[in-house]
Design a protein around this ligand. Structure first.
Ligand SMILES: [Fe+2]
Length: 344
């Protein structure tokens, strides 16, 4: 068996592959590691046939949709996953065939309704159902302490105690443990009576993970993260530094339009001298009257350079093929000590 664990902060992803056929599955991929996974697959000499998410993640951005689409392979999740991009949905007791390997799915709701654990040979990938010295929380959407109790004590923990446990998270740099170790040492598993266990889970009072709403939105729907949207726009436009723009203004090379796309109040309070004002929200509707010549060179700016990147990308889509974005926006301009104009 080919088995590789890849940590991204506290998140763990896994390659599970068949050494004979070089067929592999990638489990719980994280969006920032997409290039890393593909490079690793090439280095290991395996071809990815399945992308699997053990559950709907609330704490990080899944790369499942992106990798499934770019590799042309199914995204595998549990039957109850809300993700519309899950092309292969497993029910409890079903298997995936990965070359000569058999990956067994066990439905283990509790952390989320769509959580599953995956048993392969001498190990079990437990997702967030069972962690080393802990369990997944049950207070996020679709979580349920009663279901987690059943999934743990009546399913997962009844498996062979020598099975190695590989969780979807570990924040202390540990790789794995075993079912027996967890039964003996995991503090949460010492509450073996249902009422005690569910009361403990209800009283954990954990803070919400960072980016929870964005992670749930993108992982449940396959929509883009804000960072992805900005990165994609940024890949289609060139940028100009404030120093370059200033030297062009000083040289009076009057061949470009400086376009401020912030709201009215921000423009009036201080803008680059000579800039025209066209708020991003009105861009498409006013572009024909405000910018009649599509051959003009346009430098778009906003406060920090994000909205202007989206606006410059939109202008390029509209045919303004010389639109660029001011790197760092008005903030960089101001911090560079350059002149600022005001208007009433
Ligand atoms: Fe999770």
């Amino acid at each position: 068996m080919i088995f590789e664990q890849i940590a991204t902060g506290g998140c763990q992803s896994y390659f599970v592959g068949c050494g004979d056929t070089r067929i592999a599955a990638l489990i719980d991929p994280e969006i920032r590691q997409v290039d890393h996974y593909l490079a690793l697959a090439a280095q290991m000499g395996v071809r990815i046939h399945y992308i699997i998410d053990t559950h709907t993640h609330a704490d990080h951005f899944s790369a499942a949709k992106q990798l499934g689409a770019s590799l042309g392979v199914p995204v595998v999740m549990h039957q109850q996953s809300p993700a519309p991009f899950a092309g292969l949905r497993l029910d409890d007791g079903e298997m995936l065939v990965i070359g000569k390997l058999r990956l067994h799915a066990i439905h283990t709701p509790g952390h989320t309704a769509d959580s599953m654990c995956l048993v392969v040979e001498d190990r079990v990938l437990t997702g967030d159902t069972l962690l080393i010295g802990g369990t997944g929380r049950t207070d996020l959407p679709s979580g349920d302490p009663d279901q987690l109790y059943d999934s743990l004590f009546n399913k997962l923990l009844t498996l062979d105690p020598t099975l190695k446990v590989y969780p979807a998270h570990d924040y202390k740099g540990r790789s794995h443990s075993t079912i027996a170790d967890e039964l003996a040492n995991n503090p949460r598993l010492q509450k073996r009576e249902r009422g005690e266990f569910t009361a403990m889970m209800r009283q954990l009072n954990l803070s919400a993970p960072d980016h929870i709403t964005e992670a749930l939105r993108t992982n449940m729907t396959g929509g883009k993260t804000v960072t992805q949207l900005l990165t994609e726009a940024g890949a289609t436009v060139p940028f100009m530094s404030f120093a370059e723009l200033q030297s062009r203004l000083n040289a009076r090379s009057n061949d470009l339009i400086i376009l401020d796309v912030r709201e009215k109040g921000a423009f009036e309070a201080g803008h680059i001298p000579g800039a025209r004002h066209l708020p991003r929200g009105q861009l498409e509707l006013r572009v024909n009257q405000d910018l009649p010549d599509p051959t003009l060179r346009i430098v778009v700016y906003c406060e920090v350079g994000k909205i202007s990147t989206l606006a410059a990308a939109t202008l390029r889509q509209l045919g303004f093929m010389r639109a660029s974005s001011l790197d760092g926006g008005m903030t960089a301009w101001r911090e560079g000590g350059l002149p600022v104009a005001t208007s009433a």
